[in-house]
Design a protein around this ligand. Sequence first.
Ligand code: 8X3
Length: 254
Amino acid sequence: MDQKIALITGATSGIGKATAITLAKMGYAIIATGRRAERLSALKDELPKNTPYLPLQFDVKKRKEVEKVFNDLPETWLKIEVLVNNAGNAHGLSPIQDGDVDDWDAMMDINVKGLLYVSKAVIPGMVERKSGQILNVGSIAAKEVYPNGNVYCASKHAVDAITKGMRMDLNPYGIKVMAIHPGLVETEFSLVRFKGDSDKAKSVYQGFAPLLAEDIAEVIAFAISRPSHVVMADMVVLATAQGSSTMVHKDLQK
Ligand code: 8X3
């Protein structure tokens, strides 16, 4: 394959989907992964025609599934140059004493262990080729803990720590390791966090201009297109109205 290959996890919606489209427009061949097969096949129609495209349907939190998918990767798709570890979710927003253990498991399994499983499958090839870029999608919650965010914030703090560790360990191989930490981005994120309560989810983004998935995709595109001697190691990107994870300037008259 002539094009460089970018793999984006969680590409069926939000930041992952916008990133897949943006990187395809930059000329990358795209491996898009996600749980929802129909959405993965629909994504093909949103990529520029002639984009080499490999949809991989699996759940990042299922270790055996991840191992199998990567062991069976077609020969032409082995040289993954860019890995965007985007798959992640928030489940619930409750004080620690009321937290649901299934929600905690889901967040640690997807946001932390899922990221590790996929990275474990992709990194050895990058090390062998002494080439590659890894971009982990963290969150403002990787940098700040906020009330009721407890385990979600812990999972994203872990992403921050893993990113720093990866950057050190992969330093001898010239592999770039980066993280982007978005604040409030209007995606399905809050709908998942509030378990389908769309009024609650919508209210998170009301009264100010939140980030859009495309805003984050643009920054990711910028980061991975820097010259070889430049690494955008750590990027916090907020909506202008957001001062911190607990401070958002809202004008509810608007
Ligand atoms: C998503 C942003 O502020 O809900 O990671 O943690 S926030």
